[in-house]
Design a binder for this molecule. Structure first.
Ligand code: BJW
Length: 228
């Protein structure tokens, strides 16, 4: 029997039902901010106060009682337990809901909200309370536009071994994650999307619906070997 390798890519949509905002709502604002004002190195250079205030608020939100992994996060943790090394999770999300659900084989390609990074040394520390808003020495450990994503080389390697690639709750508008389905497809994988509406990317199969409902169903099918 050949071992299946399942690679899952997640985006903000998987955490929407956990109470966290997605990025590209109808008004095009992130929690009331324009992207260029908070998610570029230039924004941090010119206005660290606004950037730190924004990320401090996001971190505090992550610790609110009503923010917790939902059924989709939990199903992916179950899939990792079932498939072991035949599973890899790549997330664009900077929240820690996959880790809290129990996934360990994760590439957090856009960084982690719960960490901060020293601008000069690159040292990464766990978040231990709000960063002082005027601080230019420590920045959020997240990947802003124009910056290199984390772990891309090994992700491309893993994609080339995938037999099934599943993208969940991502609009497919941000490079390089927008290319992952095509890379996996070229390597021979079957590609599947779960989203409340079709994204901009091509897939072999689209499952339209909320992640908290559709992901547990797909995970059951994968574990039972119904999808090959
Ligand atoms: C549900 C649901 C439910 C809702 N159930 N589904 C021109 C052309 C091509 C590329 C470029 C270009 N100009 C610049 C670029 C590159 C740029 C880019 O892609 N820009 C585009 C906007 C055009 N990319 C980069 O700069 C990246 N770096 C890079 O390419 O480096 C190259 C390099 C090489 C060598 C040296 C140096 C550089 C970096 C990108 C970093 C992105 N960072 C952000 C912010 C992180 C920090 C933070 O969070 O504050 O990451 S941007 C933002 O978008 C965030 C997300 O991870 C990312 C993706 O968003 P996502 O997850 O798809 O969310 P949404 O909101 O878009 O979609 C949600 C989806 O969920 C929707 O489809 C809903 O329908 C669905 N949904 N509820 C299921 N319940």
């Amino acid at each position: 029997m050949t071992m299946q390798t399942v690679v899952v890519l997640t985006g903000a949509g998987i955490s929407a039902e956990s109470g966290l905002s997605t990025f590209r709502g109808p008004d095009g604002l992130w929690e009331g901010h324009r992207v260029v004002d908070v998610a570029t190195p230039q924004a941090f250079d010119t206005d660290p106060v606004t950037v730190h205030r924004f990320y401090n608020r996001l971190r505090r939100r992550l610790r609110d009682d009503d923010v917790a992994p939902n059924a989709a996060h939990c199903a992916l943790a179950r899939l990792e337990r079932a498939l072991g090394r035949g599973f890899h999770l790549v997330t664009q999300n900077i929240d820690d809901l996959h880790q809290r659900a129990g996934n360990t084989q994760i590439t957090a390609m856009h960084g982690e909200l719960t960490k901060i990074r020293n601008v000069d040394t690159g040292d990464v520390l766990p978040w231990a309370g709000d960063v002082i808003e005027t601080d230019r020495q420590w920045r959020p450990h997240v990947v802003w536009f124009g910056e290199r994503t984390i772990g891309l080389e090994s992700v491309v390697e893993i994609l080339s071994t995938a037999s099934i690639f599943v993208a969940i709750g991502t609009s497919g508008t941000v490079h390089p994650a927008s290319q992952f389905a095509a890379i996996a497809k070229t390597a021979g994988a079957t590609t599947v999307e779960i989203n409340i509406e079709p994204s901009a990317v091509e897939f072999d199969y689209r499952v339209i619906g909320a992640a908290s409902e559709r992901v547990p169903e797909l995970v059951d099918q994968l574990i039972n070997g119904l999808v090959a």
